[in-house]
Design a binder for this molecule. Structure first.
Ligand code: C2E
Ligand code: MG
Ligand code: MG
Length: 543
């Protein structure tokens, strides 16, 4: 499939070169149609599905073809392409984006399509796509967050002016190749028109990982390329936003990435900017501060309890207390958001006190009922610890509910520990001496090495799910976890692995000598009643 296609009016249209290149690399059936719906290109998978040669497919009406011959086969897998690849944004205020679903909107049985690997070229259609569609894409395909890259190819106008549109397209194609080599394979990629590209990468990414990715992107373009016998050094500006940090809706993500892209224009050279997270936290604060205060005051928050399981036996050995907030007007809020707001608006102490009181009360109730739960784990923000009354409140609550400190695990995230004042550290040492357990939470998300574990008297380390996401097949992750387990065992620290989602992960964790885990495969966070029922039965799916 080579570079030129017939336009709606019959003349040769530029612009498909890069797209055809991408089409070739799509594993799923994908085809390309002009503005009138006439197929101009298709990948091999599409030809196979349709049972036709590419030559036979060309010039056929995509829509008719779907309806008449191959609808069931092609359902949801057909792509069409605008004749106006280089079209400029509309003046109607609509998102200047002409992308929509290439792959299945739904399977035959109405189920949403499973996320696949491999680049999925979102079709570039004449019609504009509603924000609702794009939001759906983000929420359906990126349940764990996403990163949106807004890429601007520099010198494109110059290349077009000097060397013509074909050179321009060849340059875009070359850039697309290089980006493909750097970007994670699971993603959605689209040309937004002109010199702009968008890449939506499912999965959450820490700010440092995003920076690394951006660095790799820019580095990948450093080598010059030859286009129509001219040597060109391609370069890009990149604006990056993240979901949920910068918003969970596509429009917010695009806004943030575009603002970040505009920031790059201040630089004299090709560069990358990540959307400033401050703006989002300010927005969130404005939105959530008052309702949160009300929710705390009126005790509208709830607690969920996620079991921590002995992997070998399936026994519940502890439960992590997770705060939930379902606001009657704003809806369910993510703890990552409202805990941030609580910290920023000095409400974390009252929130934390409420959590502690309710959790201790529940543990006491279960004790009285004869249920066996060794410990509960409470997330603690250093700002709480800084509050001069916090530790006395903690001890009083413990006494009130007739519990001993060895029943309580205080979880502190790795990032928080790095910023901790010596006063907070001393308080925690003191509590540890009194018998409280201390856990380093989300280990692996910050930059701290294993030596951090020795700075406070931790009794537990909770390995972040990002470090075990591929533990069942990735040898590097296996080696890293083995090292952490060995070191922790040598220093008497218990390892708990977070985010166990597959039974294969569980098997591998057992093989590597990891004894305790938490995650959806073992149990989702439960209501107090559901945890009670579970403790009564203590039955878990075998590994
Ligand atoms: P965390 O302490 O690391 O809690 C574990 C988070 O991972 C929870 O998210 C839990 O629902 C989620 N999770 C558990 N198993 C899996 C799994 O298999 N896969 C995936 N993808 N996720 C899993 P949640 O409830 O959204 O809480 C997020 C964070 O908010 C917590 O992370 C904790 O840092 C904070 N948080 C929650 N409740 C409180 C609280 O009462 N006080 C404070 N200070 N922080 C809290
Ligand atoms: Mg935790
Ligand atoms: Mg954690």
């Amino acid at each position: 499939m080579t570079g030129r296609k017939r336009a709606a009016g019959g003349e040769e249209m530029p612009g498909t070169g890069a797209i055809e290149g991408l089409l070739r690399r799509i594993e799923k059936p994908a085809a390309l149609a002009d503005g009138q719906g006439v197929i101009v290109a298709a990948n091999e998978a599409f030809c196979r599905r349709a049972g036709l040669e590419l030559a036979e497919l060309r010039q056929r009406d995509l829509q008719q073809l779907c309806i008449a011959d191959v609808t069931p086969l092609l359902k949801g897998t057909v792509a069409a392409l605008s004749s106006d690849l280089l079209g400029s944004p509309g003046a109607d205020g609509a998102i200047p984006l002409s992308l929509t679903r290439l792959e299945a909107t739904a399977t035959d049985d109405g189920e949403p399509p499973a996320p696949e690997r491999g680049w999925c070229l979102l079709e570039l259609l004449d019609q504009r796509v509603s924000l609702g569609d794009l939001d759906e894409l983000v929420s359906a395909r990126c349940p764990d967050g996403a990163v949106l890259l807004h890429l601007e190819v520099l010198q494109l106008d110059l290349v077009r002016g000097r060397l013509g549109i074909a050179a321009c397209e060849a340059l875009i194609e070359e850039i697309a190749h290089r980006l493909e080599a750097v970007l994670p394979s699971k993603g959605f990629f689209s040309r937004q028109g002109g010199d702009r590209l968008l890449a939506l990468l499912p999965g959450s990414m820490g700010i440092d990982a995003v920076r690394d990715l951006a660095g790799e992107l820019l580095a990948s373009l450093e080598a010059p390329t030859t286009v129509l016998e001219h040597v060109i050094e391609p370069s890009l500006n990149v604006g990056i936003s993240r979901c949920p940090e910068d918003g969970s809706e596509f429009a917010l993500l695009l806004d943030a990435a575009t603002r970040a892209l505009e920031e790059t224009h201040r630089q004299p050279f090709s560069s990358c900017c990540i959307a400033a997270p401050v703006e989002r936290s300010v927005q969130l604060q404005e939105l959530l501060a008052r309702p949160l205060a009300l929710a705390i005051e009126q005790e509208q928050l709830e607690l969920a309890y996620q079991p921590i399981i002995e992997l070998e036996s399936g026994r519940v050995i502890a439960a992590e207390v997770l705060c939930r907030w379902d606001d009657p007007v704003l809806g369910r809020q993510s703890p990552a958001d409202f805990i941030d707001v609580a910290e920023a608006t000095a409400q974390i102490s009252s929130l934390g006190r409420w959590v502690m009181e309710r959790a201790f009360e529940a543990l006491h109730r279960w004790d009285v009922a004869g249920l066996q739960l060794e410990k509960i784990c409470v997330n603690v923000s250093p700002l709480q610890v800084q509050d001069p009354t916090w530790s006395s409140d903690l001890l009083m609550a413990l006494e009130r509910h007739r519990l001993t400190p060895d029943r309580i695990v205080l979880e502190l995230t790795e990032g928080n520990i790095m910023e901790m004042s010596s006063h907070v550290a001393n308080q925690l040492r003191d509590l540890r001496r009194q018998g409280f357990h201390l856990a380093m939470d989300d280990f692996g998300t910050g930059y701290s090495g294993l030596q951090r574990l020795t700075e406070l008297p931790f009794s537990e380390v909770k390995i972040d799910r990002s470090l075990i996401s591929a533990i069942d097949y990735d040898q590097l992750q296996q080696a890293m976890l083995s090292a952490v387990i060995r070191l922790s065992e040598a220093t008497g620290i218990t390892v708990v692995v977070e985010g166990v989602e597959r039974s294969r992960q569980r098997q591998m964790l057992l093989t590597l000598g990891c004894r305790h885990g938490q995650g959806y495969q073992l149990s989702a966070p439960l209501s107090d009643l559901d945890l009670e029922a579970l403790l009564q039965s203590q039955i878990f799916p075998a590994a």
